[in-house]
Design a protein around this ligand. Sequence first.
Ligand code: ADP
Ligand code: 5GP
Length: 223
Amino acid sequence: MSIVYIVSAPSGSGKSTLVNELFKMVRNLDFSISYTTRPPRGSEKNGKEYFFVPKADFESMIASDEFLEHATVFGNYYGTATRFLREAEASGHDLLLDIDVQGAKQIKRRIPLAVSIFILPPSREKLEWRLRNRGLDSDDVIRRRLDTARREIENYEKYDYILVNNLLEKSADELRDIVLSERLLRSGIESSGEEKRRIDTAQACRLEFARERVQPILASFNP
Ligand code: ADP
Ligand code: 5GP
């Protein structure tokens, strides 16, 4: 059975960067390309980052029950097509979903064994700096993203793993180790030395061991 990985993060935390790094390191993992009614941004291409569809098409997909989950984010529809999971299963691959907190909740309800990962920025200040440095958003949009981030971060306890994206290389390795250790643990095969190290790294990111690390980050959003 395919493992479903859910990755969520406040905008600007570095989720796309980390997911890109992950796909360079891990095989047999598919990315679920979501459907959305928002227009493409920058260099985004239909069928690569998203399938960009009109609202009426999205609503007819809802009516014909084509979504595993769907939600409204920033006033637009976003949804995960069930066919991506069917295709991953047919090819023996795992599947990664880059979705928001509402979507993560729906997936966990339908697929309790799904692995959920919440990526956090090291602080509000660093998040603001990353959003500004990325250079994609106006001051107004940045302010709105920071405000949304504060509310989104409060949902961290609903996730299995917490990944604080401070140093990029370290965080990418942690994300890889979470993905690989879940495969190892479910395979039932005894792990070798390197595999045990991966399991330990992943274990340290589990919610129960990450709570203390999260407190100063939460505090930076609620001064
Ligand atoms: P998201 O997909 O979460 O909205 P991005 O991946 O676009 O975020 O990252 C936001 C910005 O922060 C980008 O300019 C990216 O290069 C940068 N970034 C990502 N991770 C790190 C990191 N660990 N340290 C410093 N900058 C980072
Ligand atoms: P963006 O428009 O910046 O690409 O994404 C906005 C938010 O929508 C992000 O939090 C992203 O994870 C989320 N998102 C993208 N695709 C989906 C989806 O299929 N379902 C849900 N619920 N959220 C999604």
